[in-house]
Design a protein around this ligand. Structure first.
Ligand code: ADP
Ligand code: MG
Length: 514
């Protein structure tokens, strides 16, 4: 009769399959038998791909790799007893790899409590992907598979949301930034946690913006391509042995990384650990900084925090290089400015770079720039001249800015300003020094007046002047200067007064140094 027909029945197997489908499970690997065969069939009917394997162990390895590759757990379907025992190898492997995995086993007995097990599916999915990913086991009582229940009596849990993104404590982020900034021989180690976290873009940015050498672990390979110039995979042992600061992005200090201990590492190497698992932090070594959180989010935090600090040479040149027209003349002078600039700023044409030359002369820059601008004007209109000056070097011929303005040459002058020759002081230190030493204060010979507004030398004569302190300001002012072909401009770029050259060629990792 009608009333009876509306009470549509559904098997436990179908309920399980639907619950998996609701959780976005795409693949099931397994070996069927009593009582799980019906589950595999029901899953196939819902479009879930079932792959029958020859041993549960391989099935479980396969399912766990799905978890690593997709971020949603793959399912391993096994029978009770030996089936589950065989799957244990895969479960342990998934756990050790921190890969999400759902193992569903048919068991022989049933008690009332496990009725609730259906409702536990979402929780199983959640614990497999939240926090440190890993394996989960769901036990399905045998008679449950073939039990018929009223369709209306079943309520599937909603698809479990992707894990919430956690970020590290702000003060730790700042500390880490300063430890990296002060490192002489920094090294990033990129592990499979970084791969799982899809942190490729942010880590690549960090590597490039600060010219940090990196070493991938076996499965961290490819997060940043192996052929990247900052990859020091070929000098692995040496990199580990001589780094003074090591940032671990989702890589544990286990046997693969020689436990982080001497003699494979410097005894006083500073580790910065980035991991989603609190229990992992401080394992084997006492880290200098711990960053608990999602690798992608933490890397972005690092990028943001480093941006807010005074820029260093690499940050400046990275942003300049981004916008530099390929055909431009690059004129440069200064100490660090010229040396570091040369390694980052690219030349694509012959006779398009002019610098302090054989005699190492300071004060040649503006004259050279004026000459290049005249040649450009007469022979290839529109071609730009970029003159990259240290603040001290600029001082040697700064008044030629008047000449530049008088002839209206659209030269772009960049002053990389660290308040001194080689290095200077920040305003606070400068004031402290004057206060401390009083009227008779002796000014250190390398110091120049902090925060000098050299851009006003340009505005004084009608050109465009910019005072920039952040990468955003630098990008914007450079874009404007390049767009304006009618006027000269001067961008006064404030950088960290104590900024120095990093071992950015990774000298410590090259043959000649061995
Ligand atoms: P490798 O073998 O490449 O060195 P490990 O397996 O030792 O990598 O380390 C991976 C680490 O990544 C684990 O400690 C794990 O907790 C962590 N991890 C996994 N996913 C994330 C994530 N999304 N964010 C941060 N850490 C993660
Ligand atoms: Mg590791």
């Amino acid at each position: 009769n009608f009333a009876e027909r509306s009470e549509e029945q559904v098997s436990g197997a179908k309920v399980i399959a639907q619950a998996l489908k609701t959780q976005d499970v795409e693949y099931i690997f397994g070996i069927v038998g009593i009582p799980v065969t019906e589950i595999a069939i029901a899953a196939q009917q819902l479009g879930i791909k079932y792959i029958g394997m020859r041993n549960e162990q391989a099935a479980c390895y396969a399912a766990s790799a799905i978890g690593y590759l997709t971020g949603r757990p793959g399912v391993c379907l096994v029978v009770s007893g030996p089936g589950l025992i065989h799957a244990l190898g895969g479960m342990a492997n998934a756990n050790m790899n921190c890969w999400p995995l759902l193992v569903i086993g048919g068991s022989s007995e049933r008690n009332q409590e496990t009725m609730g097990a259906f409702q536990e599916f979402p929780q199983a999915v959640r614990s497999s992907i939240y926090g440190r990913p890993g394996a989960c086991y769901v036990d399905i009582p045998a008679d449950f598979v073939n039990l018929q229940v009223n369709v209306n009596s079943i309520k599937y849990m909603e698809r479990c949301m992707s894990p919430p993104i956690s970020m590290a404590e702000t003060s730790a982020v700042c500390t880490a930034a300063s430890v990296i900034r002060n490192a002489k021989q920094p090294l990033l180690i990129i592990g499979k946690g970084a791969a799982y976290a899809h942190a490729e873009e942010s880590i690549k940015k960090l590597v490039e913006q600060y010219k940090l050498p990196f070493l991938p672990t076996p499965m961290g390979k490819g997060v940043v391509p192996d052929n990247h110039p900052c990859c020091v995979g070929a000098a692995r042992s040496r990199a580990l042995q001589f780094a003074d600061v090591i940032v671990l992005f989702g890589a544990r200090l286990n046997w693969i990384l020689h436990f982080g201990l001497p003699p494979r590492y410097q005894p006083d190497v500073k580790f910065i650990q980035v991991d989603i698992c609190a229990e992992e932090l401080g394992n084997n070594v006492k880290p200098a900084v711990t960053l608990l959180g999602n690798i992608n989010a933490v890397t972005k935090q690092e990028l943001a925090s480093k941006k807010s600090l005074p820029m260093n040479y690499y940050t400046v040149f990275y942003h300049v290089q981004e916008q530099l027209p390929r055909d431009c003349f690059v004129v440069s002078e200064g100490a660090n400015t010229m040396d570091i600039g040369r390694t980052v700023l690219q030349n694509y044409r012959p006779r398009h770079r002019l610098d302090a030359g054989t005699f190492g002369t300071m004060g040649v820059g503006l004259g050279f720039a004026i000459a290049a601008a005249m040649v450009a004007k007469d022979r290839s209109p529109g071609q730009r001249v970029i003159c990259v000056e240290g603040d001290s070097a600029f001082g040697f011929s700064g008044m030629e800015v008047e000449t530049i303005c008088r002839y209206n040459l659209p030269i772009i002058l960049l002053i990389v300003n660290n308040n001194g020759i080689y290095q200077g002081f920040d305003t606070d230190t400068w004031k402290e020094m004057l206060k401390f030493r009083g009227a008779t204060a002796v000014v250190p010979p390398m110091c120049l007046l902090p925060n000098s507004h050299y851009e006003q030398v340009m505005t004084a004569f009608g050109g465009k002047g910019y005072f920039v302190q952040t990468p955003e300001e630098l990008q914007k002012s450079l874009r404007q200067s390049l767009a304006d072909t009618t006027k000269p401009s001067l961008i006064n770029i404030m950088i960290e007064p104590q900024a120095t050259r990093k071992a950015q060629d990774f000298h410590w990792l090259t043959r000649s140094n061995m």
